[in-house]
Ligand binder design. Structure first.
Ligand SMILES: *Cc1c(COP(=O)(O)O)cnc(C)c1O
Length: 222
């Protein structure tokens, strides 16, 4: 299958799931994750109408954003972010999906650019995974709400390996309700990847982060 065919196939599967869930298709944004792929692929996807792109490594994302500066794109940073790199990421990213600690929130809140962000929730017991623990959610949300120019959109999560994705996304929806109790406008949910976007749509996802199902297999890193 070519790129346009893979994109069309994913788009129709998304439409099917949205219909099945009885949701409004306008609520959904598909972010195409292009990590490890060259800027030329982003260009091709732009020609096919895609405007929202996701990247997970700062240097790679920064380079692509410079190379593609002439195009009207929105960059979503979806990977783990160190506070040292956070301000640099804010120079090209419109949305950070991986707010998971106070130091990152503080450096972004102090940066000049207006920025939107999701709190990333860690659905595993492994603290080495990205994301804040269930107990840490409210304090981190407080911190974001008190920061200068970070606009909180909602919660983000990656379904853990070995858990049924629908059950994992139900936990994300419950966390989203806790966040909305604190910040009613933070109603968005970033969830769903190539293998589980249908389940995420069933549980209220608004921002799908889809890579390989659209881009094809990723080239080896480095
Ligand atoms: C790579 C990545 C994706 C996309 O993964 P696919 O399985 O290729 O769709 C989504 N979210 C995050 C955080 C990622 O790192």
């Amino acid at each position: 299958m070519d790129l346009d065919e893979r994109l069309a196939s994913v788009t129709s599967r998304i439409e099917d799931a949205v219909r099945e869930a009885g949701r409004d298709p306008d609520e959904l944004t598909t972010v195409v994750v292009t990590k490890f792929h060259p800027a030329s692929l982003v260009r091709e996807l732009h020609q096919l109408g895609i405007r929202d792109f996701g990247e997970s490594r700062h240097q790679e994302a920064q380079q692509k954003s410079i190379e593609l500066a002439g195009l009207d794109l929105r960059w979503h940073f979806v990977g783990q972010l160190q506070s040292k790199k956070a301000r640099q990421a804010a120079e090209y990213a419109s949305v950070i999906h991986s707010l998971d600690r106070e130091s990152v929130v503080d450096s972004l809140g102090a940066s000049a650019a207006a920025l939107q962000g999701f709190v990333q929730l860690n659905l595993t017991d492994d603290p080495g995974r990205g994301g804040v623990s269930q107990e840490g959610l409210e304090p981190l949300v407080e911190r974001i709400l008190g920061s200068g120019n970070l606009e909180l959109l909602g919660v983000m999560a990656v379904a853990p390996v070995g858990e049924e994705p629908r059950a994992a996304f139900a936990r994300v929806l419950a966390a989203s309700e806790r966040v909305r109790a604190m910040a009613p406008t933070a109603r968005f949910i970033s969830a769903g990847m190539s293998g589980d976007f249908r389940e995420a749509i069933m549980e209220g996802a608004t921002h799908l982060r889809i890579g390989s199902a659209i881009t094809g297999n990723r080239p080896a890193a480095g």
